[in-house]
Ligand binder design. Structure first.
Ligand code: GLU
Length: 380
């Protein structure tokens, strides 16, 4: 039975594996770590485990906590060097705290620090999957964060919302709960008069994206509503539900699952079935090597399930090799799909706009059936 309501998150049958992401502002206050609050959340995690559910924690707070300890201004986010130093100091304390509190319920914490590349590279992604699976089988609670001390600007997630969704994909979780400092998604800026919270969203459409504001209320973490919607999109590709709930309460999970306060993103039916695990990984990739701009005819052919042919390509951007992931975009720059290119960038450029009958002469060999085959493509 798929998840259909917030209460299903507390049900072992509907939600055997839950990823819980905890935002920085919940974990760290002006006086340092919010131990009493975390004690309450950990008790709820232990209850979930008692019901037979598996739990993965994605914990933010390393930068905020380290900045407080080192006395760095701007919450440690004044510069990359500050953030990296703050994370190194904060992470060790944070992990210790999770280990101690989970341990008080007889649960074993397992720290994993991931970089963007660990999840973007297919082989490393599968390694992460194997480690998480083994940890869960062994009864541990993985406590995951971005490896902020080594991640540089260009190669970092920067927010744990998308990291949590990627981890959920890798672990094939049933749902992701993003605990934040807001009740859910509002139809406009929550401070605007008449703003209404949306209880259920089916599919992160353009209309839904237009509701998000970039503000993060706390200024502590780096995720705002935009990164939460991106996370919902990543989860959706893998057929995973995502929930935004307010963690600023003593029993935050019970408020979401018992009182039903939060926004539930249900993956919309994608032609009857969710994307395969490999396609979900491809669609959730955040960094691509290049892009293929296509014309309107090719765009509608893609929607009908066709492969991308050179004839429909108008422009090739970036430097990529055969087999690299590329974005397929329309003339306005909107990303329509992610796919693995059958040609390198120079070959793509050489055959752009050509019929297959004209390609052999340019390439010097018989052309492949498509530039991006439909089996190697996921529509966005
Ligand atoms: N990884 C960051 C930290 O631990 C938090 C990222 C976020 O704010 O989402 O401090």
């Amino acid at each position: 039975m798929p998840i259909a309501a917030l209460s299903d998150l507390a049900d072992k049958a509907q939600c055997p594996l839950l990823v819980i992401k905890v935002g920085s502002a919940l974990l760290v206050g002006k006086e340092g770590v919010r131990r009493a609050w975390l004690t309450g959340l950990v008790a709820e995690i232990a209850e979930a485990r008692g019901r037979g559910q598996q739990v993965i924690v994605v914990s933010s707070g390393a930068i905020a906590l380290g900045a407080a300890t080192l006395g760095l201004d701007k919450g440690g986010r004044g510069s990359l060097a500050d953030a990296q130093a703050a994370a190194a100091v904060g992470q060790i304390a944070l992990s210790g705290l999770w280990a101690e509190l989970l341990g008080s319920h007889g649960l074993t914490a397992a720290q994993m620090l991931l970089t963007l590349e660990d999840l973007e590279d297919r082989r490393r992604y599968l390694n992460v999957t194997a480690t998480i699976t083994r940890l869960l089988d062994a009864g541990a609670v993985p406590v995951i964060n971005e490896n902020d001390s080594v991640a540089t600007q260009e190669i970092r997630f920067g927010d744990n919302d998308r990291l949590a969704a990627r981890v959920a994909q890798a672990a094939q979780a049933s749902a992701v709960l993003l605990l934040s400092d807001i009740d859910g998604l509002y139809d406009r800026h929550p401070k605007e008069p008449g703003a209404q919270m949306i209880p259920v969203v089916e599919g992160v459409t353009a209309e839904v994206k237009a509701m998000a504001s970039a503000d993060s209320n706390s200024g502590m973490g780096s995720g705002g509503m935009i990164s939460k919607l991106q996370a919902a999109g990543i989860a959706e590709l893998a057929g995973i539900c995502l929930v935004i709930g307010n963690g600023q309460y003593e029993r935050p999970m019970a408020r979401v699952t018992g009182e039903g306060i939060g926004t539930l993103f249900l993956p919309k039916e994608r032609k009857g079935r969710k994307a395969s695990a490999r396609k979900a990984w491809l669609g959730g990739r955040l960094r691509l090597k290049g892009s293929l701009v296509i014309d309107a005819g090719a765009a509608s052919a893609l929607q009908r399930g066709s492969s991308l042919l050179a004839k429909g390509i108008t422009e090739v951007e970036g430097v990529f090799e055969r087999g690299d992931p590329v974005a397929i975009v329309d003339g306005k720059g909107q990303v329509l799909a992610h796919g693995l290119s059958e040609y390198d960038a120079a070959e793509c450029a050489a055959i752009t706009g050509l019929h297959s009958s004209e390609q052999a002469e340019v390439l010097g060999y018989a052309p492949r059936s498509a530039v991006v085959h439909r089996d190697q493509m996921v529509l966005k």
